[in-house]
Design a binder for this molecule. Structure first.
Ligand code: PRP
Ligand code: ADE
Ligand code: MG
Length: 184
């Protein structure tokens, strides 16, 4: 078994599932236990680092909120910068905005204008790929900044929502995810 696969197996065991949270029909995947143990947090970052290998990444773009939990740590490990994509009204100065639909509700994302130099090589990170709405919006913000998306990185994916089909760039998911909707 590869090192990435053995880390993935171990981390999968740390996740907790909460049926019908935050709304009926959603099986919520709680990945916070990974961060409560330094060994598992280190392994999470290591697995993404192994996946990236020698590829030069200029910036890790992390999505508020849960993408902020490991995005900056991964950025440091890759010797890359970290750029936050935030919910509206949080970032000072001129911003670029994108609206999107999620598995439960709609939202907006913003990035500061000019923070990603044109032509930079970027990976976009978040905890979960569900419908792909959040990641797609983050991708739009990177595209509007005229940077290059190398890949999207997620801890987990809700396969049955086919979010990756929206993204148009390579998608790497560390842990195997949910193949069926709750109750299906
Ligand atoms: O693929 P999608 O359908 O867009 O859904 C995935 C997004 O939904 C969750 O974030 P959420 O905005 O619920 O909350 P958070 O602030 O806890 O990250 C999750 O952390 C992803 O960012
Ligand atoms: N099922 C789920 N579990 C955790 N976070 C999510 N974000 C969107 N869908 C989710
Ligand atoms: Mg989120």
């Amino acid at each position: 078994m590869s090192e990435i696969a053995s880390i993935a197996k171990e981390l999968k065991g740390a996740l907790k599932q909460f049926p019908n949270f935050p709304s009926e029909g959603v099986l919520f995947e709680d990945f916070l236990p990974i961060f409560a143990q330094p060994e598992s947090f280190q392994k999470l970052v290591k697995a993404f680092q192994l996946h990236i290998g020698e590829t030069k990444v200029d910036y890790v773009v992390g999505l508020e909120s849960r993408g902020f939990l490991f995005g900056p740590t991964l950025a440091l490990a890759l010797n890359a910068g970290f750029i936050p994509v935030r919910k509206p009204g949080k970032l000072p100065g001129p911003t670029i905005c994108a609206e999107f639909q999620k598995e439960y509700g709609s939202d907006k994302f913003e990035i500061q204008q000019g923070v990603i130099p044109k032509g930079s090589k970027v990976v976009i990170v978040d905890d979960i790929l569900a419908t792909g709405g959040s990641a797609f919006a983050a991708g739009e913000l990177v595209n509007k900044s005229e940077a290059e998306i190398l890949e999207y990185l997620f801890v987990m994916e809700l396969d049955f929502l086919h979010g990756r089909d929206k993204l148009g760039k390579p998608v790497f998911t560390l842990l195997s995810g949910q193949t069926e909707k709750l109750g299906a």
